[in-house]
Structures are given as structure tokens and as C-alpha cells.
Ligand binder design. Structure first.
Ligand SMILES: Cc1cc2nc3c(=O)[nH]c(=O)nc-3n(C[C@H](O)[C@H](O)[C@H](O)COP(=O)(O)O)c2cc1C
Ligand SMILES: CC(C)CC(=O)C(=O)O
Length: 379
């Protein structure tokens, strides 16, 4: 029995003991040899913080603003699929927790709760005075109507930005899922597609009869022909800000900027797509330089500690997303688990700011970070 939970790693350990093999393998896996998956975490340790002292840190303001929305902290919830495998409350628990913490929630296309139900689930909190900012993560389907229908539903349900995932023309080879023929439990559904399917085809289309990885709603249906022209077309179809999720180079950052994108998420999909790409914290600076400070750059991948958040902000991120820690927290204790995780991470970030002499997000810049001399002498 573990003593008091003090870190996200503690929560992760508890979740590993609790989840069944099918779910654990799905959530934990990276692609192939998982080099990138592990490097996402390790890479943060290659950077050091350069703290400044004697600056009155009795009050620290972690709040930040993106697209005119104010958030309590730059620690957002990443879009991850099939959250009801972690806990029956699934996406409702993580969305409500993000709302209570005043941070942005992003919902996967491949969720086990529909986007309408997620919106509905936060309304009682909104009535109590909490603000809920929800962004919808979009997988682009070969069938244009299917993609547009998702966007319209997201708009109608009060989502305020679209995150288009660009790193998944095909799903990465996650060996554990292939070996144990990952299967979503049959009592769960890919809820955003339930209403569209009719009669007998429904179960199959929702992935439940599919014993192979990836589920049918993804394999063969996502558009591997996707290009920047399509992304521009999608952008022209909605009034919502559009961010591209999965950018890792300054070249693509520049194209995103020139294509009129409203923001970028530096991401390697938690190391689940192409293995051997750079850790996201290593790619962040070049992506920030590629878009010339004109659009917000956010990042995800391996964020486990407040100092990780601090390092990402120092290298130019406007905010970070946490992915797996949300799933571990749901597995540990549903909505309360996610509350605990966001409490710990924001307290750690507050402490990192205070102990390095920063009292607002705007204070945090490149002067507060260096590569460990073990690796290079200069950034
Ligand atoms: C189990 C799981 C499911 C995911 N599902 C999606 C998804 O449906 N769409 C997407 O764009 N990214 C998805 N991601 C990637 C996350 O949005 C995010 O990029 C990644 O988890 C960040 O890394 P972290 O887990 O180390 O925090 C998923 C990640 C995990 C672990
Ligand atoms: C169904 C999958 C493609 C969802 C996903 O993005 C992931 O598992 O990383």
C-alpha cells in the first residue's frame, strides 16, 4: 500500500496495478521500440532551469490566455481515445475536472462519450460559475461529409477550436496491441459515430466486432491522402480557430503559418506514431522559430512534472497538454483522480515558478533555461 500520493508517477504506478492488460497495453504503448515514447520524458532532463532569486514571489499567477480565453494555468488535458476503458466515467470525468480547474479540455474523435454528452456533463459546473473551454480533436475521414458532420456537431455543442491531428495517415505500429489483438471491450462504443450508423452495421462500425488493431472506424477510414490543401479547405468550412496537432519541424510550422492555421501543437502523439522522431521538448524551439511568434504553439509528450511545464513555457510553448497521466488518474479514482493529478501538477508548476523567481507566465523565457552542459554548452 502506497503512502500519500505525491506525484504523477505515484498515480501512474497505482494505475499500472489496476488496469487490465488489454487497456494498459493500449494506453501505455508507444510505436515499435518506443524510443520516442521514452525519450519524450527523458528529454526534459536534458534541460536545466536557471533560477533567479530575491524577487518577491509571495504571489504567483499561472494564468494564461489563448484565442481570447483566459485559463487558470497552461496545463491542458490532451485528447486521448477510449477513456471509459480506464474508468466508467470516462471522458465525462476528465472534462469535468478540466472545467473545475479552469483549463482547456480536448476531446478525441474516437471517444467513448459523445461530444454532446461531454458538453452536457459540464453544464452544472458552468451554472455554478466555472468556465468550460473545450476543443475538439478531429481525425479527417475519407468521406468529407463525415468530417464536416463532426465539425458541425462540435460547433453546435460549444467546442471552441478544432485540433486536426496530422501525424496519423495510418496508425502507428504499437507492438503490444498487435500481439494481443487489442479489442475495445464490447460494452463500450465509439460514441461519436453511434447516431450515424444504422441497424446491424452499428456494432461493427463502432469497432466492437473488430478483433484487430486498429479499430475499423480508424483503419481504412482516415484519409492517408490528406494534404495542406485539405487542411486549408477544412479551415474554410468553420469559423472556429484551427490548430494542427503533430508538427515537429520548422518547415511544417512555416507551412502551417502560411496556410492560415491559428495554432500548432508540437506533438509526436505520445510516441505512438513514428518511432525515432525527436522528443517534443527538443522539437519545440525549432517549431516556435518556424512560426515567428505569430500564432500560439502548444506542446504535449512526456509532461509529468511542474518543472517540465516550466521548461516548455521557457522554450516558447503557450501551454502543454497531458495525455497518459489523465488516463492513469481516471483508472486510479475517476474524476477525483483527475482532480488530484491536476492539483499536483499545477502546484508543482506554481512552485517551479516561485522557486525560479517568476510571478507570471510572461516572465518565463529562454533566459530561464539551458541545455545541461552534459549535452551541449550552448542552446
Ligand atoms: C491511449 C491514448 C490515446 C490517444 N488517442 C488520441 C486520439 O484519439 N487523437 C489524437 O490526436 N491523439 C491521441 N493521443 C495522443 C495524445 O493526444 C497526446 O498527443 C499524447 O498522449 C501526449 O503524450 P503523453 O501521453 O506523454 O502526455 C492518444 C494518446 C494515448 C496515450
Ligand atoms: C484509435 C486510435 C487511432 C486513437 C489514437 O490516436 C491513439 O490510440 O493514439
Amino acid at each position: 500500500m502506497m503512502s500519500k500520493i505525491a506525484s504523477l508517477s505515484d498515480i501512474e504506478k497505482l494505475a499500472f496495478q489496476k488496469l487490465d492488460k488489454n487497456a494498459l497495453d493500449y494506453y501505455a504503448s508507444g510505436a515499435q521500440d518506443e524510443i520516442t515514447h521514452y525519450d519524450n520524458k527523458k528529454a526534459f532532463d536534458r534541460y536545466q532551469i536557471r533560477p533567479r532569486f530575491l524577487r518577491d514571489v509571495s504571489k504567483v499567477d499561472m494564468s494564461t490566455e489563448i484565442f481570447g480565453e483566459k485559463f487558470s494555468s497552461p496545463i491542458f488535458v490532451a485528447a486521448s481515445a477510449m477513456q471509459k476503458m480506464a474508468h466508467p466515467i470516462g471522458e465525462v470525468g476528465s472534462a469535468r475536472s478540466a472545467c473545475k480547474h479552469g483549463v482547456c479540455y480536448s476531446l478525441s474523435t474516437v471517444s467513448t462519450t459523445s461530444l454532446e454528452e461531454v458538453s452536457e456533463s459540464v453544464q452544472s459546473l458552468v451554472a455554478e460559475g466555472h468556465k468550460s473551454v473545450r476543443w475538439f480533436q478531429l481525425y479527417v475521414y475519407k468521406e468529407k461529409e463525415k468530417t464536416i458532420a463532426l465539425i458541425r456537431r462540435a460547433e453546435k455543442a460549444g467546442f471552441t477550436a478544432i485540433l486536426i491531428t496530422v501525424d496519423t495517415p495510418f496508425t502507428g505500429r504499437r507492438l503490444a496491441n498487435i500481439r494481443n489483438a487489442f479489442k475495445m471491450p464490447t460494452h463500450l462504443k465509439l460514441a461519436n459515430f453511434e447516431a450515424e450508423e444504422d441497424g446491424n452495421s452499428e456494432k461493427e462500425e463502432c469497432g466492437n466486432d473488430d478483433s484487430t488493431w486498429p479499430p475499423k472506424l480508424v483503419a481504412g477510414q482516415l484519409d492517408p491522402g490528406l494534404s495542406w490543401e485539405d487542411i486549408k479547405w477544412i479551415k474554410s468550412q468553420t469559423h472556429l480557430p484551427v490548430l494542427v496537432k503533430g508538427i515537429l519541424t520548422h518547415e511544417d510550422a512555416k507551412i502551417a503559418l502560411d496556410s492560415g492555421m491559428d495554432g500548432i501543437v508540437v506533438s509526436n502523439h505520445g510516441g505512438r506514431q513514428l518511432d525515432s522522431v525527436s522528443a517534443t521538448i527538443d522539437a519545440l524551439a525549432e517549431v516556435v522559430s518556424g512560426c515567428e511568434n505569430k500564432i500560439p504553439v502548444l506542446m504535449d509528450g512526456g509532461v509529468m512534472r511542474g518543472t517540465d511545464v516550466f521548461k516548455a513555457i521557457a522554450l516558447g510553448a503557450k501551454a502543454v497538454f497531458v495525455g497518459r497521466p489523465v488516463l492513469w488518474s481516471l483508472a486510479h479514482d475517476g474524476e477525483n483522480g483527475v482532480d488530484l493529478m491536476l492539483d499536483i501538477l499545477s502546484e508543482e508548476f506554481r512552485m517551479a515558478m516561485a522557486l525560479s523567481g517568476c510571478t507570471s507566465i510572461k516572465d518565463i523565457n529562454r533566459n530561464y533555461i539551458q541545455l545541461s552542459p552534459k549535452y551541449y554548452t550552448k542552446l
